[in-house]
Every structure is written in structure tokens, then in C-alpha cells.
Write a protein of this length. Structure first.
Length: 334
């Protein structure tokens, strides 16, 4: 009888499935391979005798890194070393917003902060937007209880630049996890990734995180420029009041966003403009490819299955051929 479990690790052609806190090493049925299903860490599957029989529908999915069915994204930033980048933070927030996944904010290395200006700015910008905010120091063990409260009872993806202390925070909760950590380079002020693949890790009986290789090369070059404002709540609230429906809130006349620009944090607005410029790259690609939407040109998705898209002209041609064949059979029977 088939059992249901969740994939917590994929290595080569083997899928490691958790069922009732037991690990099962499985392979994929040939029929599923032929369907070219997108199977990732976090997927719930039905399996029997070491073979995955069925992949259940995803609750949510993010492609970089490939992971499904998570409860939240926890964005971890460093107050210092590396220096806090508000544009990078806004990039992660907008990314989570695009995939409609709940988001929490954690600011680590609080012990390195020499003044409270950064902390004050964080609260000033993000608390009015409804984010829960915690400040931690993995080194001094400050704020760890607050961090545990965020993670408790959920599957979380920790998102943040290299060297901000994601692994150190997990080790502070449970030293037995012993996640690898590396210091930040003094020359580049950047860390190096220590994880090579996605894997769901049990921190405690009630906390699980997805250890990932990071959110690399994250750019908003996959959506139209006039869609970017939907990723910023403080901007999108004015969207319907602009004179032009395709307003980019940059220098257009009759722009309701520009009329309320003093109510929007400058770093958030600058991030928005940067992401719009990235989206313009996508618009140019679509323009010169001569298609309405590049992602939908050759393939369609149905129940996580990928199939070649057939044009209306070819479908009609197939129907005509089928009709001719039927008429031929009728005349031959006479």
C-alpha cells in the first residue's frame, strides 16, 4: 500500500523521503520520468517499495533555489560585516512577495553595531509595512529566543547574502546541527556559500529549515515593468489613481505615486526603480521575440506536467485530417 511522505533531499537519481520520521530512499517510476515532472525538495509524494508513484500538487514553489511547500521565508541580513544593503533586502522581500510566501525579517550581528541609527531606520521603514522584525547576535546568543519563536512549527527557508550568519544562527539554536560557517572576506566584505544543494533539516522536533545554496543571480528580468509596483505595497496602493494605467511612477504626469512620494521611503523607491529597469530587459526580449509572453511560447503546464504547446492552426489541421479519415472509412464501408 502506498505511503505519503515529503522529499527532504535529492541526490543524483535518488529521492530521500520522510514518512513518520523515517527515511526512505526512493527512485522515480519510469512513467513519471516520461512526464518530465518538476520534482524538488519539499514535494509531497506517494511511494511504495522504494518507488515514487505520484507527486502531489504543490502548495507553493520557488525556482531559485528549487524548493516547494514551505511555510515562510526568513530574510536574514547583517547589521555589519557585510554592510546592510537595503536594495538587496528589498530584492528578497519583493521576491517573496512575487511568490506569495509569508516573510519574516531577521537582522544578525547586532553586537557589531556601534550606534542605533541602522536599527532605527529598519524599524522606521519595515514595521509600518507589517513585517515582524527580530535583531540577533549568534555570537553573543542575543535574540535567539525571538528567532526560535519565528521558526517554531514551520518549514522555513533562510534567505540572505553570504556571510550574514544564517548557519551560525541555526547552530546557536542547536549546536548538534553543526552547519558549516565561513567568515566574511576582509577584502570583499562578502561571504562564500557553504551549501551545495537543497535539503530540509530538522533543527528541533518542531522546527525545520531548508538549507540552500542561496538565492543567486536574483533579478526581476522575468516580468513586465508595469508589474513591479505590485511587489511594493506602499507604491501599489496608489496604482489605481494614476492618470495612465501603464504608469511606471517615474516621471509621468498625473502619477499618484509621485504625488505621495514623501510618504514612501527613499531606499524603497530607489529599489523599485532599479527593479523596473531590470524588468525592461525582459520587455525588450519579448518585443524582439515577437511573442506575447516568452515563458508561454513553447510550453504549457497542467498539474505540474510540462507538454509542448500546439498552435490553434495545427489543432484545426489535426481535426480536419481526423474528419477526412472518418469520412473515408464510411465510404469504404458502403
Amino acid at each position: 500500500m502506498a505511503q505519503t511522505g515529503q522529499i527532504f533531499k535529492i541526490h543524483s537519481d535518488f529521492y530521500y523521503v520522510n514518512h513518520n520520521n523515517q527515511t526512505f530512499e526512493c527512485k522515480l517510476r519510469e512513467v513519471l520520468k516520461k512526464q518530465k515532472l518538476k520534482i524538488v525538495v519539499g514535494d509531497f509524494v506517494e511511494f511504495e517499495n522504494g518507488a515514487i508513484e505520484k507527486v502531489l500538487p504543490k502548495k507553493n514553489y520557488i525556482p531559485r533555489p528549487n524548493v516547494a511547500n514551505i511555510d515562510q521565508i526568513v530574510i536574514v541580513s547583517a547589521v555589519k560585516e557585510p554592510e546592510l544593503s537595503f536594495e538587496q533586502l528589498n530584492r528578497y522581500i519583493a521576491f517573496a512577495k512575487y511568490y506569495n510566501i509569508p516573510t519574516e525579517l531577521c537582522f544578525n550581528k547586532n553586537d557589531l553595531s556601534l550606534d542605533d541609527s541602522t536599527i532605527e531606520k529598519v524599524f522606521q521603514i519595515y514595521e509600518p509595512l507589517g513585517f515582524d522584525i527580530v535583531f540577533t547576535s549568534a555570537k553573543e546568543k542575543d535574540g535567539i529566543e525571538d528567532f526560535k519563536e519565528i521558526l517554531d512549527g514551520k518549514i522555513s527557508v533562510l534567505c540572505g547574502s553570504s556571510g550574514v550568519g544564517k548557519s551560525s544562527l541555526i547552530n546557536a539554536i542547536n549546536p548538534n546541527c553543526n552547519l558549516k560557517t565561513k567568515s566574511v572576506s576582509e577584502k570583499t566584505e562578502r561571504g562564500t556559500h557553504t551549501t551545495r544543494h537543497c535539503e530540509i533539516i530538522n533543527i528541533t522536533d518542531t522546527m525545520r529549515i531548508v538549507d540552500t545554496p542561496g538565492f543567486s543571480n536574483l533579478k526581476f528580468d522575468f516580468l513586465m515593468p508595469n508589474e513591479v509596483d505590485l511587489l511594493f505595497d506602499e507604491i501599489s496602493q496608489y496604482k489605481g489613481y494614476c492618470k495612465f494605467s501603464d504608469c511606471l511612477h517615474d516621471k509621468e504626469t498625473g502619477c499618484a505615486v509621485l504625488e505621495h512620494i514623501d510618504d514612501i521611503d527613499l531606499s524603497r523607491y530607489q529599489s523599485y526603480l532599479a527593479f523596473v529597469n531590470e524588468a525592461k530587459e525582459y520587455k525588450e526580449r519579448v518585443k524582439y521575440s515577437g511573442t506575447k509572453h516568452e515563458r508561454e511560447t513553447h510550453f504549457k503546464h497542467h498539474n505540474d506536467k510540462m507538454a509542448v504547446k500546439i498552435s490553434a492552426q495545427k489543432r484545426q489541421s489535426a481535426r480536419n485530417t481526423q474528419k477526412q479519415s472518418i469520412h473515408k472509412e464510411i465510404h469504404e464501408d458502403k
